[in-house]
Design a protein around this ligand. Structure first.
Ligand code: FDA
Length: 393
């Protein structure tokens, strides 16, 4: 039987960060993962370039049953701390959108940086390792891994969420939480594309690949981001963000021309360019294929501006500024970037990430009920919670 100060379950973003932090403090740390590779989600993230942080990170960028839970960790380990680490390893990065930092070359560099740091910190990383059971043993813990018993002073659960099972996702962390009497809030796929009913499939498929900037409203969420048509439905950052606010049955409102006051513009054109046709104006304001589709979907007549009544102008403005779309569903766990919900933070310390009633058991990263918006926030949560826990162990 081998003994460690800490066993971290999950060699993903949060688990590796926690392990190396604890390792540098002189603790004997072992990280175990059932996958054959560490950091699989990091490798796939940001289109292979990993949007590893967002310089604008605040607790307001996260959804949680307790909106204050993320404050302490985010304050103690900020995006600038992670950027410093990335720079120390000579990894080049680019700011693709305001605040969103991506690797200039490859996400592989982030994984190898974390594994190098783990090696320097003396952390043992065991891949393709199955954790059978985790039990409390006096003031420590006993685990059974690949049929062998191991004792540890503490166990850190960093098994992430349910999204993309082919990248190693499992519900193991939630099962462990329940085993130790913690509540798990309802989980659902988020940052995920919407699917459409068969009625829409053909007309949307003909727009597949087209992207345009929109403003979107769904529930209490409003975003101004690009939308992407796919052959399955609607995607792109605007729809992924909206999906975090969406529940079955809800509608999503899309403003196709967020920078144009449509009613005023059309009324003005009716005065100044009465012979200009509606379709001609719309074809210049939007990608042609999309303008034609919108005219068809809303059965607008392509008439000269002079023939538009005030009611016609209002109808067109409404159809362009608040187009209502009812998704059939989402693509689900197969393509979702994150899991909304998770281990209830009520039983966990926001300073140390230890379970209040079981001080030798910790939960960090996405397995907790803390979910970031799109744009590098989820990795920042993994780094910040991992470091806070690694310092507290
Ligand atoms: P993470 O999922 O990284 O790690 C969990 C680890 O636990 C995995 O290695 C898994 O194999 C292991 N595990 C699970 N069950 C286990 C078990 N039973 N036994 C042993 N090990 C087990 N975020 C962002 O900020 N910027 C981005 O660009 C992207 N892009 C992106 C793309 C895609 C395709 C996805 C799916 C997700 C993203 N994300 C993202 C989200 C981001 O990847 C995610 O929030 C973090 O990886 C969460 O870090 P964790 O360490 O908590 O879990």
């Amino acid at each position: 039987m081998k003994t460690y100060d800490v066993v971290v379950i999950g060699a993903g973003a949060a688990g590796l960060m926690c392990a190396l932090t604890a390792g540098y403090r002189g603790l004997r740390v072992r990280v175990v993962d059932h996958a054959g590779k560490a950091g699989k989600k990091i490798l796939m993230s940001g289109g292979g370039r990993c949007n590893f942080t967002n310089l604008a990170t605040t607790p307001a960028h996260f959804f949680s049953g307790n909106p204050h839970f993320s404050i302490s960790a985010l304050k103690r380990y900020t995006p600038h701390h992670f950027v410093e680490l990335v720079e120390r390893h000579g990894i080049e990065y680019v700011e693709k959108a305001p605040g969103q930092l991506f690797c200039a070359q490859s996400a592989k560099e982030i994984v190898s940086m974390l594994l190098t740091e783990c090696e320097w910190a003396g952390v043992e990383v065991s891949l393709s390792t199955t954790v059978g059971s985790v039990e409390r043993l006096g003031e420590g813990m006993r685990l059974e891994m690949d049929g062998r018993k191991t004792e540890a002073g503490a166990v850190v659960v960093a098994t992430g969420g349910l999204s993309v099972p082919t990248l190693g996702a499992s519900g193991f962390g939630y099962d462990l939480a329940r085993q130790f009497g913690l509540a798990v809030t309802e989980t659902r796929a988020a940052l995920v594309p919407f699917t459409v009913t068969s009625r829409w499939k053909d007309s949307l498929a003909s727009l597949s690949g087209l992207s345009c900037p929109v403003a979107v409203n769904c529930g209490d969420g409003s975003y101004r981001e690009p939308l992407l048509f796919t052959h399955r439905g609607l995607s792109g950052p605007a729809m992924l963000q909206a999906s975090s606010h969406w529940q079955p049955g809800m509608t999503v409102a899309i403003d196709w021309l967020p920078s144009i006051p449509v009613a005023e513009t059309l009324a003005d054109l009716r005065r100044r360019a009465p012979r200009r046709r509606l379709g001609n104006w719309l074809g210049e304001a939007l990608p042609k294929r999309l303008s034609q589709a919108l005219i068809e979907w809303q059965a607008w007549q392509d008439r000269p501006m002079a023939e538009l009544s005030n009611a016609d102008i209002d109808a067109v403005a409404n159809g362009l500024k608040a187009w209502q779309f009812k998704p059939a569903g989402t693509e689900g766990w197969r393509t979702a970037e994150v899991t909304m919900g998770g281990v209830d933070t009520g039983a966990v310390s926001s300073k140390t990430f230890a379970v209040n009633a079981i001080p030798q058991l910790y939960f960090i990263g996405e397995v907790l009920d803390v979910t970031g918006q799109l744009g590098g926030f989820n990795f920042q949560w993994a780094w910040s919670s991992g470091v806070a826990c690694g310092q507290a162990l």
